[in-house]
Design a protein around this ligand. Structure first.
Ligand SMILES: Cc1cc2nc3c(=O)[nH]c(=O)nc-3n(C[C@H](O)[C@H](O)[C@H](O)COP(=O)(O)OP(=O)(O)OC[C@H]3O[C@@H](n4cnc5c(N)ncnc54)[C@H](O)[C@@H]3O)c2cc1C
Length: 392
């Protein structure tokens, strides 16, 4: 809606940024706390940007699937992975949310409460200042403006460019190929990721776990085109393109990071709420929305809400040291061209263990199993990765 039509009289919650985390939060609160006046202020002209957000069925509980289901556009009963020495079909369901559906569902849940085309230039626990100088106040503000520089966290990067393409003929795929690493590794861990949206439409992403955050889009686009050609898929039209540089957490001081972000309540990537290995944040955003729906005290205000989310984010980070250890082994111990072997070995493990890994819910036994046997990385280098220094 236009900024002029937006009622600015002190809502309960003002969500800055209409991306994944804040959109899910607004949707969940509209379902379970309709008493709250929740508004979104978004810099862009649409909610959700250009994204396809996917997740594994095992990432969420049945109740969470229930409330997120209206956002899901594509569902598959399983997926495949392909490595040079090993291929596997898994029966874990895979689902995708499109930004278009996300925008439609969240907008319908907050009629008249979304301000688009309204960049925020500064904010505090209870106030946001727009680029045009207007000040919006609320009982509490939540900053969900997406990724930000993180000098207190040591990160590697998962980079990708995805092309949604229409093919000249049916591709024959019935399930996603979440990793096809039978490609040149390009100095890191590289794989192609393919989602079949219908019999002639695919989203194909060239993904690389390499050092450094730079993304050469032309190189990645060509990677997608070459892969399509190898599969015998003739691209008729490119319908859409998306790209990302997602964080892979190696180490870091989450308390320092959250303090550096300032006193305002945070959500999403800004709060460090992402899977350390995949950089995916949808499951964490669903969990934060549930956490707030369950725990938001009747008398909440900006400072108490910020403290509660900081505690939640700190606990989540603290519980995930194991994944950061694996990431350090992947980025710092494995020779770049050998990184795929770590994933190839991982995918030979039992399916429930793999599901718990992606849900960031690995048990002690899972962790022992993942680390047992002959590691596919040099032992000396692996040992130097064991200690987490708690700094970037
Ligand atoms: C292309 C892409 C695909 C991805 N695919 C997946 C996936 O399949 N599954 C998964 O779990 N994760 C995925 N991720 C990773 C992660 O989940 C997403 O980046 C996710 O969108 C992050 O959520 P967020 O709410 O923190 O930030 P965002 O969703 O990026 O939202 C931030 C919002 O804040 C707005 N904003 C920024 N500055 C201002 C300002 N000054 N004033 C007002 N508004 C502002 C932005 O316009 C944006 O809408 C993907 C990331 C990318 C980039």
């Amino acid at each position: 809606m236009q900024a002029d039509a937006f009622d600015t009289s002190g809502p309960d919650l003002l969500l800055i940024g209409g991306g994944l985390a804040n959109g899910l939060l607004a949707l969940r609160l509209s379902q379970v706390r309709p008493d709250l006046d929740v508004r979104i202020v978004e810099a862009a002209e649409t909610l959700g940007g250009v994204h396809t957000w996917s997740f594994f069925e095992g990432d969420l509980t049945a109740a969470q699937h229930g409330w997120i289901d209206p956002l899901v556009v594509h569902r598959w009963p399983g997926y495949a992975v392909r490595f040079p020495q090993f291929e596997r079909n898994l029966s874990t369901g895979y689902r995708s949310v499109t930004a278009e559906r996300f925008a439609a569902v969240v907008s319908a849940a907050l009629p008249g409460r979304i301000m688009l085309g309204a960049p925020v230039v500064s904010l505090s626990e209870t106030e946001a200042v727009l680029a045009d100088g207007r000040r919006l106040t609320a009982r509490a503000v939540i900053d969900g403006r997406g990724p930000v520089a993180t000098p207190d966290l040591a990160l590697g990067f998962q980079k990708f460019v995805g092309l949604e393409v229409r093919l000249a003929a049916p591709h024959g795929l019935t399930a996603p190929i979440v990793m096809d690493a039978r490609v040149d590794q390009a100095g890191g861990y590289r794989f192609l990721y393919t989602l079949p949206f219908d019999d002639r439409t695919l989203l194909i992403e060239d993904t690389r776990y390499t050092d450094g955050a730079e993304l050469d889009r032309d190189v990645f686009r060509q990677g997608v085109r070459d892969y399509a050609a190898q599969q015998g898929w003739v691209i008729e039209t490119v319908l859409r393109e998306e790209d990302g540089v997602l964080p892979v957490a190696l180490d870091g001081d989450i308390a320092a990071h959250l303090t550096r972000m300032g006193p305002t309540a945070l959500s999403g990537l800004r709060a460090g709420l992402f899977h350390p290995t995949t950089g995916y944040s949808l499951p964490d955003a669903v969990r934060l929305a549930d956490h707030m729906a369950d725990c938001l005290a009747k008398d909440f205000e900006g400072a108490s809400l910020a403290a509660d989310i900081r505690r939640h984010a700190g606990d989540v980070w603290a519980g995930r040291g194991f994944y950061r250890l694996l990431n350090r082994m992947l980025f710092r111990a494995a020779r770049p061209e050998e990184r795929y072997r770590v994933l190839e070995r991982f995918y030979r493990l039992p399916q429930p263990l793999i599901e718990r890994f992606y849900a960031a819910g690995s048990t002690l036994a899972d962790k022992a199993r993942i680390l047992s046997g002959k590691p596919p990385v040099p032992l000396g280098a692996a040992l130097t990765c064991l200690v987490e220094k708690g700094r970037a």
